[in-house]
Design a binder for this molecule. Structure first.
Ligand SMILES: [Cu+2]
Length: 120
């Protein structure tokens, strides 16, 4: 079956972390080992482009607990679009975003860990 890319990374040469979501697939994002020290590389890919309705799944490959929490550090919990809660080592969090937007997220335990999902 032919797969269709509806989105692509606009500047892949400048952002090797940029990955486009394939329609109909689950796109994995890794929470990397020692993520708390990795800043915007804590989530791989740190910048993901997906189409509306693409499923995204984060997996915690670190030995520490982390969260996948929308918005920036310190934002009100009532404003959160998604929040994984505590993800133990090996745990996963899946999400399908049904609205377009630029969704930044972070780890509430390590606010320096940041990532972005762009949905259109
Ligand atoms: Cu963390």
């Amino acid at each position: 079956m032919e797969q269709t890319y509806y989105l692509y990374c606009y500047y892949p040469n400048y952002n090797p972390q940029c990955v486009s979501g394939l329609v109909g697939q689950t796109i994995p994002i890794s929470i990397v080992p020692d993520a708390a020290t990795k800043l915007n590389q804590a989530f791989q890919p740190g910048l993901l482009y997906v189409n509306i309705g693409t499923r995204i799944m984060w997996t915690n490959y670190d030995t520490q607990i982390h969260t996948v929490t929308s918005g920036s550090a310190g934002s009100l919990s009532s404003e959160r679009i998604f929040d994984s809660g505590m993800l133990s080592p090996g745990a996963t969090f899946s999400l399908t975003l049904g609205q377009p937007g630029i969704f930044s997220y972070h780890c509430t335990l390590h606010p320096q860990m940041i990532g972005t999902v762009v949905v259109s």
